[in-house]
Design a protein around this ligand. Structure first.
Ligand SMILES: [Zn+2]
Length: 160
């Protein structure tokens, strides 16, 4: 049954994040596990930011992906332990940077990190001379920064 499990995992893991389509739910570490029993695949998902409207969308997308792969699908929402940006994989961080979004500098649950009081390197030129323009970027999960070296604005994926 290992093959079944791998097939189900691959299907669920390929689902892109609706807000940052360059990364998948597996890259973000949202997809915790997939188990297959009697043809029923259960995906265990941990929501990122609570209240993020993307959560329902992600659950539906993963369920659909599992169905398309030939499984009866179930979604289990795992709230504890809470998701942190530490769970973003190395590959996920690379993809974020390539997409022009500064990946979280360091996973932390502290309020300080959430409000962006960290040195954020520019995803384009790697300069650390950056300034925060706005607490909220294109989505509530991101803050907007500008690089004072190359002048480019960019999104920073906030640490939580
Ligand atoms: Zn720059």
């Amino acid at each position: 049954m290992v093959a079944e499990r791998e097939k189900a995992w691959a299907a669920a893991a390929s689902v892109p994040d609706p807000e940052v389509p360059c990364v998948t739910v597996a890259d973000l570490g949202i997809l915790r596990d997939v188990r297959v029993e009697n043809g029923v695949a259960t995906a265990f998902l941990t929501p990122t930011y609570s209240g993020c409207p993307a959560v329902d969308f992600i659950e539906l997308a993963v369920e659909t992906a599992l169905r398309d792969a030939g499984f009866d699908a179930r979604i289990e929402r795992v709230i504890s332990p809470p998701w942190t940006t530490d769970w973003i994989t190395k590959e996920g961080r690379e993809k974020l940077r390539a997409y022009g979004i500064a990946p979280p500098v360091k996973g932390s649950n502290s309020k300080r990190a959430l409000f962006g009081e960290t040195v954020v390197a520019c995803p384009r030129c790697a300069s650390e001379k950056t300034e925060r323009i706005s607490e909220f970027g294109s989505t509530a999960c991101k803050a907007q920064y500008r690089c004072t070296s190359c002048g480019e604005p960019f999104d920073y994926f906030k640490c939580i």
